[in-house]
Design a protein around this ligand. Structure first.
Ligand code: SAH
Length: 283
């Protein structure tokens, strides 16, 4: 039998504070003690850590984090939920509740880990905000499909721009699949706990803007060959003749121009972007 105590607690709090969960804000509360405990464990939270939680909701994860971490910053956009958090977490002196939109604030500078069940509608925004910060470890729950796209390998169905951009900045791993029944109210899809370890493996990108644009444009031709896609992309800035000359040069140097876009590895994409950058083409 599943432990129903958190489900009862959610219902009781929502009733007492007269809150109807907002779909738009992705308010699905995780109601399984075991899963919450494992999230804290996956991040290895200890008394040396200052942890950020994004979308603290009713504070079930927050209080577990506070029991282990030195300090917890709990960001929550919904003023009604912040009221609940202030009330039920008042006995902890190591929690700072921040009523704000995570995408609009500067992250507290002393944070070194993030553990959160995030609102799914802003998964990308949160992920890239964290990848562009100094925070090295995050354990986050995402929608299952999004997590699959984040962690997909070249040549597989889910591999795309998200997989490439994430993989150049971090090591990402799905740790668990969480069926939707562990949330209240249950969302339409399952979730996944993902660990993100930020690093700088591909710091050899010579111009990040070119790389970013190239990846975006190439993946709009996902099933085409690199040769075809490059003609389409370079035709405007370099002209068709020059595009063909460039492609021939790539072929002579052993570039995989017959591969399809979704088969290209991140390092192949980086090499290509660097070539395009040194030729001076605009993408
Ligand atoms: N962490 C809680 C709640 C998850 S639901 C739990 O595990 O049960 C996602 C939470 O994110 C909701 O409480 C929602 O109000 C909050 N939220 C949605 N958009 C947000 C944003 N832009 N910034 C901060 N919090 C947000």
């Amino acid at each position: 039998m599943r432990d129903r105590s958190l489900l009862l607690e959610v219902k009781e709090l929502l009733r007492r504070y007269e809150i109807i969960p907002s779909k738009r804000l992705g308010q699905h509360f995780l109601i399984d003690e075991g899963i919450l405990d494992r999230e804290v464990k996956y991040a290895g939270v200890s008394a040396e850590d200052t942890v950020l939680e994004i979308g603290a909701g009713l504070g079930f994860l927050t209080r577990k984090l506070a029991e282990r971490a030195r300090h917890v910053y709990a960001v929550e956009i919904d003023r009604r939920l912040c009221q609940v958090l202030n009330d039920i977490l008042s006995k902890y002196d190591n929690i700072t509740i921040i009523n704000a939109d995570i995408l609009k604030i500067e992250l507290p500078p002393d944070v070194n880990k993030v553990v959160a069940n995030i609102p799914y509608s802003i998964s990308s925004g949160i992920t890239f905000k964290l990848l562009n910060s100094k925070i090295s470890l995050s354990v986050l729950t995402y929608q299952w499909e999004f997590a699959r796209r984040m962690t997909a390998r070249p040549g597989t169905k889910c591999y795309g721009r998200l997989s490439v951009m994430v993989s150049i900045m971090a090591d990402v791993e799905i740790l668990e699949r969480i069926p939707r029944i562990y949330f209240f109210p249950p969302p339409d899809v399952d979730s996944a706990i993902v660990r993100i370890l930020r690093r700088n493996k591909y710091s050899n990108i010579r111009n990040f803007k070119i790389f970013e644009n190239l990846v975006r444009r190439l993946f709009s031709f996902k099933g085409k060959t690199l040769r075809k896609a490059l003609i389409m992309i370079l035709r405007k800035s370099a002209g068709k003749e020059e595009a063909l000359t460039f492609i021939n040069k790539l072929e002579k140097e052993g570039y995989p121009i017959k591969k399809r876009i979704f088969e290209l590895t991140p390092s192949e994409l980086i090499n290509l972007a660097n070539m395009i950058y040194s030729e001076g083409y605009d993408v």
